[in-house]
Write a protein that binds this ligand. Structure first.
Ligand code: ADP
Ligand code: ZN
Length: 748
């Protein structure tokens, strides 16, 4: 027998190895193996088994690692699709599919030494010293204990326990110990809620597509399809997910729940763990996200692979979790950009979920209050099934949104200079403080001010490595680059003309916090952004304080925009709604609409109606007006028209090619060369639009110059193959790199 092996090196090739007699029966597709390659040993994965090979003089597999193969044939297929569609090597794709913590040779279970008391062994047992006797008394009572534990309880040393072992009283042996990141938490079981009419309709549609309980659907049958669950915040989407998952369990299948990393709060995890912690559908719920230690990730992953955890909740990469058989994939907040991985392979977890669901006969539910244009378009065209939850579950109404025109505020001379709070917002905050209600203030930019400019010569402090201005951080007394992390002390005078008058312009969250403290010295204020959250636990701590009413006003970036449920928040202030509107990105309007809607959704989730103030310089922009009226469809319709005119997604798909290098001329030259190669190869392609090459919006980042080519087409799967071929035949200067991003979400 011969095994085809893909090495962990990105060689875009597979090699055949013979299976030596000693390893027969242990090598299967997906096995992790160590094989001779070049002058040493390398790790790889078995991708196929065959009777014979065309390659001559096969070397033999050296060793099979682990007890169980890591990859199932289904996941291997998915990795191959990923590589094809996202233009990368299969080796790279495998790296995403198998977490590092599982792939590593030394990855393993944690073992701990346990002491077991042996039954009394007849007459020949040697006498114990008094010290040994006291240790024996303890272990005899417990029967078994971790060695460390026993040493602590008996106030003794490991050596004394070993003496007991020598005398035949106990055995010390290693035992596998599973790490559980949620071990210290208790989950009170919950029962399914009685669904309201809209929830029932949605659930029934999903269940029907999945097939009846108690039986697995025919393999190779019609895939159950993709659902778009469009429901306003608080409309009870999560309860629908929970009951759909229960249905998968009833069928003997499992489910994957994807949530944006930022929403993986204990609150969210708890809802899933609690529901499946007891009863006939009881199962472990595995959690996968980047905050776990490598060891925890290893153990969570194997709980899934062994079928003990049938439900997985996790961020982006959990879409590859080895749940088998798979009944359902849920993608919550499907419009979130964090589902896109920004390094190779640049996959979009939502789109991978749809493909995986189709291949494995699993239903896919995409949920959002503000679906992406792509998903809603697919639903409108009948490619996905649209399910709507139009009302909040509890009778709370959506908040009233008031748009504040900052141009008028300025004209009236109120708050001279670039003031942070308009008069109406200030009054509203004052009211909340008087009524002991809570306020959230949102601004999607950290730091104190976004730029530092000389009033005399116009000099702007810029990053020496990137084409952006430096942000002033007051607490740290530094100016910093938000792209590369470069930091410098604040100049006391203009470095260009020595003028001592330097102006800070553009507001950041630090400035908002500062102003609010000055305005309301008695208010308890806290700020939440990546500057204030340094440790793993900070996020949770601040949220707990906020929930328990120890904070009156919470200032933050998009970190506080999502998924949080605080009944006592009755006011949300959006300090500057236009920030995202002017980005050079065709999704600027969509992003603004989504963000405004999400943030507004934080208000009025309790008994008191919520109020939202949106401060803006462009009050009549459609994204702001439709968000004000909670009118998703209105926004969608007018946005679609704009996308249609320019042939942007969802009417076409986009591939973004970025070339970067230290020498601007070389990069530019390479970009021209690449554009010509593509045009030559794809001439006659009917719907292709090629824009560029042109300098990227972020012209320089981390000392590298950047040029881009943007391609639009409907036939992306085909284009990907063509681009891969172009890339293979392309010779670029050594210090110029090409990155291919299929369906990019970040065009900078
Ligand atoms: P969403 O996920 O759409 O934001 P949630 O599922 O979080 O909404 O629901 C909001 C609140 O309503 C939660 O506290 C949830 O427990 C509750 N809820 C959901 N469905 C029902 C129901 N059918 N009956 C009573 N309460 C419900
Ligand atoms: Zn920089």
């Amino acid at each position: 027998m011969v095994a085809r092996v893909m090495l962990d090196l990105a060689l875009r090739r597979e090699f055949d190895y013979s299976i030596p007699p000693g390893l027969e029966g242990r090598v299967e597709v997906g096995s992790r193996v160590r094989v001779p390659f070049g002058s040493g040993l390398r790790l790889g994965v078995v991708t196929a088994l065959a009777e014979s090979s065309e390659q001559k003089a096969l070397k033999a597999i050296d060793e099979v690692l682990g007890e169980q193969s890591l990859l199932t044939p289904k996941i291997l297929d998915l990795a191959r699709w990923l590589a094809g569609y996202y233009c990368c090597s299969v080796e790279h794709a495998l790296r995403s599919v198998l977490p590092e913590a599982v792939r590593k040779e030394e990855a393993g279970w944690k073992e701990r030494l346990y002491v077991h008391a042996l039954p009394p062994g007849g007459t020949s047992v040697p006498e114990l010293t008094p010290r040994q006797q006291s240790v024996w008394n303890i272990i005899e009572e417990w029967r078994e204990l971790p060695l460390q534990e026993l040493v602590r309880l008996a106030e003794t040393t490991p050596a004394t326990v070993r003496n007991l072992e020598d005398k035949g009283y106990v055995v010390i042996a290693p035992r596998r110990e599973e790490r559980d990141p949620y071990a210290h938490e208790r989950f009170l079981p919950t029962q399914p809620l009685v669904l309201n009419g809209e929830q029932q309709t949605a659930l029934a549609a999903i269940r029907k597509a999945m097939g009846p309980s108690g039986s697995l659907p025919e393999p190779g049958g019609i895939p159950p399809g993709v659902f778009l669950l469009h429901g306003v915040t608080g409309s009870g989407k999560t309860e629908v997910y929970l009951q759909a998952l229960a249905h998968a369990l009833e069928q003997g299948r499992g489910g994957i729940v994807l949530v944006p990393e930022i929403s993986l709060t204990p609150q969210t995890v708890e809802r899933f763990k609690a529901r499946f912690s007891s009863g006939p559908l009881r199962t472990l719920v595995a959690v996968l996200h980047s905050q776990l230690s490598a060891g925890e990730r290893h153990d969570e992953w194997h709980k899934i692979r062994q079928g003990r955890a049938r439900i997985v909740i996790g961020a982006r990469s959990a879409v590859f979790a080895p749940v088998d058989p798979l009944g359902l994939i849920i993608v919550d907040e499907e419009h979130e950009h964090s589902y896109k991985q920004e390094e190779m392979p640049r996959y979009h977890a939502r789109d991978v979920a749809v493909v995986r669901g189709q291949r494995e006969g699993a239903a896919v539910v995409l949920g959002s209050a503000t679906p992406s244009m792509e998903s809603y378009y697919n639903a409108k065209r009948g490619k996905y099934t649209l399910l709507e939850l139009r009302n909040r579950v509890t009778d709370t109404r959506l908040p009233i949104v008031r748009v504040v025109d900052l141009r008028q505020e300025r004209r009236k001379g109120r708050g001279s200079g670039p003031s942070v709070f308009s008069e109406p917002l200030r009054e509203a905050i004052q009211q909340r403080l008087e009524r002991s209600e809570q306020t959230i203030l949102f601004l999607n930019r950290r730091g104190y001010s976004s730029s530092l400019q000389c009033e005399q010569c116009g000099f702007v402090a810029g990053c020496p490595n990137c084409s952006v201005s430096l942000t002033f951080h007051r607490q740290a007394q530094e100016i910093r680059c938000h792209i590369c992390g470069y930091a410098a002390t604040v100049p006391s005078q203009c470095p260009q003309c020595s003028n001592p008058r330097i102006r800070f312009s553009g507001i950041g969250t630090e400035r908002v916090e500062d102003s609010i403290r000055k305005l309301f010295p008695k208010a308890r204020v806290s700020r939440m952004d990546t500057d204030t959250l340094k440790r793993k636990d900070d996020y949770r701590k601040v949220l707990t304080e906020f929930r328990t009413g120890k904070i009156d006003i919470l200032v933050g970036t998009q970190m506080i925009a999502k998924g949080l449920h605080f009944p006592n928040v009755t006011l949300v202030g959006i300090i500057h709604a236009d920030l995202a509107l002017h980005l050079p990105d065709f999704r600027a309007g969509e992003r603004t609409f989504q963000l405004l809607t999400q943030v507004s959704g934080r208000a009025g989730r309790g008994d008191v109606e919520g109020e939202v103030f949106v401060q803006t310089f462009t009050p009549f922009h459609p994204a702001i007006q439709f968000a004000r009226r909670h009118d998703y469809e209105g926004f969608y319709d007018q946005e679609l028209e704009f996308r249609q005119q320019l042939r942007y997604p969802p009417l076409a798909r986009v591939a973004l090619l970025t070339l970067q290098g230290r020498n601007d001329d070389k990069v530019k030259f390479s970009a021209d060369h690449l554009a010509k190669a593509i045009t030559a190869r794809l001439s006659g392609w009917p719907d292709l639009i090629l824009a560029g090459p042109a300098p990227a919006p972020l012209m320089r980042a981390e000392t590298l110059y950047r040029h881009q080519i943007l391609i639009r087409t409907r036939a992306m799967a085909r284009l990907s193959l063509e681009l891969a071929a172009v890339q293979q035949g392309l010779s670029l200067p050594e210090d110029v790199a090409l990155g291919i991003d299929i369906d990019p979400v970040d065009l900078s």
